[in-house]
Design a protein around this ligand. Structure first.
Ligand code: HEC
Ligand code: HEC
Ligand code: HEC
Ligand code: HEC
Ligand code: HEC
Ligand code: HEC
Ligand code: HEC
Ligand code: HEC
Ligand code: HEC
Ligand code: HEC
Length: 384
């Protein structure tokens, strides 16, 4: 029924078709678009319950109180969540010092790790790729870094532990099993005898002379002042106590009675010096456990200067990772601290290396091992 265009009949035929009286296809599209926009965007926004229909799934339980206050997280409804909105409620530590000093260029948005609208799924991500996207090539993120790249746990670098500069003289090997020291009750020493769990269950109470050593290594000086225990932990205090106890001994001693006051004073002073020398320099005194340095002129009438190097008993070895002894309670101490029983000096490092952890921990998906993504052992937001 087609006729050449321009023809009058053609024009008439065109008017007789149904389509001529209907809106053009373009017009229909525009109107339909407007209606659906009203139905799906504007109308939902007019009420809280309707607004929530826009988001595929509800927000997590933590954020339920703002579930319908979309603007608390979104600058506009057509943009993703904005960091500044999250930070209006949360104060979080930055990841590493390099981030605060603005040396890292490509900093992630909060929402690249903390996804929302997934119902009850945890807001805290556990997927290693969120971390390895930077750490597998860390020098690209921070050219000056000295850290090795970390792709996964299977190729994770050995832990960089601080050196053990304990300064205490101590041998684990000598102190395990059945021990008896003169004047003390016999004991069978195990790890738990000295390393007692702290109240938090996660760590151990620090070693203390009074609690852990004194009963076998009592600090004693000369038989003349046997009844006076020498106080521990402070050189000046120890000297004062020795001096006072000895003076008292001679004041009450019958043979001292014949001496003149001046002679007695000289005798007490000289013997005090000898006893103090003994306590600080003989093998069964402070020197048993400490480096003691002596300064001051020999033969000087004054008591010499003694310096006892205070031991540094570190209770925290890992600074960049988490570790909780409570969680590992079921595992025997020596499964991890394999070197402790044989260690003869306090400067032996007894903290386990990564091979020990790999007995149980592995990348997610490894058969028969604990699924351990990076965040099993590391935090993202530093506490600083
Ligand atoms: C607690 C903060 C928070 C609230 C409240 C919130 N959102 Fe979101 N929303 C997010 C985050 C986080 C994303 C993840 C996407 C991104 O930003 O990269 C997101 C993504 C979206 C997306 C993109 C599609 C998707 O599911 O990934 C839409 C659409 C959306 N939100 C709509 C809404 C609406 C509508 C509301 C209010 C009913 C709302 N949101 C309330 C945090 C929030
Ligand atoms: C109106 C305040 C508010 C806003 C805005 C907000 N949150 Fe929260 N958020 C909370 C509260 C309250 C909690 C629950 C208490 C808590 O854990 O501190 C929470 C919890 C969390 C948690 C902890 C979840 C857990 O398992 O411990 C994360 C992660 C989180 N929010 C991230 C975000 C992110 C990312 C944004 C921005 C997209 C955001 N929040 C926006 C108030 C807010
Ligand atoms: C945007 C890139 C980026 C992302 C994503 C990232 N990191 Fe980092 N990370 C860095 C940079 C940069 C440093 C600092 C390196 C330095 O100081 O040499 C760092 C440092 C670290 C350190 C060493 C901290 C210290 O005190 O020495 C650990 C551990 C770490 N990140 C673990 C993680 C984990 C776990 C994740 C995932 C939750 C993660 N990182 C995600 C860039 C990133
Ligand atoms: C008589 C007390 C005593 C007993 C028993 C004992 N320890 Fe210790 N332990 C110490 C003292 C003191 C230190 C601090 C000096 C040092 O580093 O050796 C210490 C330090 C440690 C450290 C710190 C890490 C290091 O490298 O310095 C570990 C780990 C440790 N002991 C594990 C063990 C284990 C495992 C056992 C059992 C096999 C055990 N200890 C038994 C007294 C004891
Ligand atoms: C159960 C008793 C007992 C306890 C508790 C004990 N020791 Fe000993 N210690 C001994 C015995 C026994 C010896 C073997 C040598 C000796 O008799 O002097 C010894 C030897 C030592 C030696 C080597 C002595 C030397 O002259 O070579 C040092 C150092 C030492 N202990 C330090 C400590 C420290 C530090 C503590 C507390 C953390 C401690 N001991 C707790 C019984 C004990
Ligand atoms: C049997 C081992 C032993 C002997 C002997 C010993 N100490 Fe100690 N000393 C320790 C231990 C263990 C510590 C660390 C724990 C503590 O402070 O109780 C320590 C800590 C110290 C400190 C540091 C205290 C602080 O608060 O930082 C001083 C100072 C000290 N001793 C002085 C002395 C003096 C002085 C003597 C001799 C009179 C002496 N010690 C004898 C084991 C010993
Ligand atoms: C699963 C491995 C593992 C087991 C099991 C384990 N440890 Fe440890 N231990 C570690 C690691 C890792 C560290 C370093 C953690 C840190 O200080 O940050 C450590 C640190 C220590 C320290 C030094 C820090 C402090 O708290 O004084 C002592 C002491 C210690 N362990 C004793 C023990 C004793 C005692 C047992 C048994 C009751 C035990 N450990 C069981 C892995 C283990
Ligand atoms: C004998 C097996 C075993 C060994 C060896 C072991 N772990 Fe674990 N580890 C576990 C178990 C079991 C859990 C608990 C897992 C859970 O609850 O999800 C755990 C949990 C953890 C956690 C999470 C703690 C928490 O608060 O949930 C960290 C961090 C960790 N281990 C670090 C280490 C490190 C570092 C080493 C090596 C020094 C190590 N583990 C060695 C069995 C082991
Ligand atoms: C089973 C526990 C565990 C797992 C899983 C783990 N790490 Fe570690 N990581 C550690 C320990 C422990 C250290 C040593 C921390 C220290 O020296 O204070 C460490 C150190 C690091 C360091 C610092 C390296 C350096 O030499 O300064 C980085 C970066 C790091 N880990 C990244 C990662 C990344 C990325 C993942 C995930 C692929 C991961 N780690 C998985 C336990 C773990
Ligand atoms: C590379 C991934 C990543 C990025 C980016 C990230 N987070 Fe986290 N966030 C985590 C992880 C992992 C945890 C679990 C605890 C931890 O590692 O510190 C967490 C924990 C939290 C928590 C709950 C625990 C706490 O420390 O209070 C809040 C709130 C939070 N993040 C908010 C934010 C905000 C706000 C931003 C943006 C400024 C952000 N996060 C960026 C990975 C990330």
């Amino acid at each position: 029924m087609s006729t050449p265009p321009g023809d009058k009949r053609h024009e008439l035929e065109r008017r007789l078709t149904v389509g001529y009286h209907l809106p053009s296809l373009a017009f229909i599209t525009v109107v339909a678009g407007a209606i659906s926009a009203a139905a799906f965007i504007v109308w939902p926004l007019t009420s809280a319950t309707r607004r929530s229909a826009l988001a595929a799934e509800p927000v997590s339980n933590h954020h339920r109180m703002i579930a319908n206050a979309c603007e608390r997280c979104h600058d506009t409804l057509f943009t993703g969540a904005s960091d500044s909105r999250c930070l209006s409620c949360h104060t979080v530590g930055s990841h590493a010092r390099a981030f605060t000093s603005k040396k890292v260029q490509a900093v992630d948005r909060c929402a690249s790790c903390h996804k929302e609208h997934h119902g009850q799924r945890s807001l805290v991500p556990a997927d290693s790729p969120l971390c390895t996207k930077c750490h597998s090539q860390i020098a690209k993120v921070l050219p000056e870094t000295r850290q090795p790249s970390v792709n996964d746990f299977a190729h994770h670098p050995e832990f960089a532990l601080p050196p053990d500069t304990g300064l205490l003289k101590f041998s684990h090997a000598e102190h395990l099993g059945n021990l008896q020291k003169e004047g003390a009750a016999p004991e069978t020493l195990t790890c738990g005898t000295c390393h007692v769990r702290a109240a938090d269950g996660k760590s151990f109470t620090p070693i203390a002379f009074a609690r852990n050593c004194q009963r076998c290594h009592r600090l004693q000086a000369d038989p003349r002042i046997k009844g006076t225990p020498i106080p521990h932990g402070n050189v000046e205090h120890a000297i004062e106590v020795i001096r006072a106890a000895l003076a008292e001994f001679y004041l009450n001693a019958p043979e001292g009675g014949h001496d003149s006051a001046a002679k007695l004073r000289e005798r007490v002073a000289s013997e005090t010096r000898d006893i103090i020398d003994g306590v600080f320099t003989e093998q069964d005194g402070c020197k048993r456990c400490h480096e003691v340095t002596v300064t001051g002129t020999p033969g000087s009438p004054d008591v010499k200067q003694y310096n006892v190097e205070p031991p540094l008993l570190r209770t925290h070895w890992l600074s960049a990772a988490l570790f909780d002894h409570g969680v590992h309670r079921q595992t025997a101490c020596e499964q991890c601290h394999t070197r402790a029983r044989g260690s003869t000096t306090a400067s032996d490092l007894l903290i386990p290396g990564i091979a020990v952890c790999r007995d149980c921990h592995a990348d997610p998906g490894t058969p028969d091992k604990l699924e351990s993504p990076c965040v099993e052992c590391h935090v993202y937001h530093s506490k600083e």
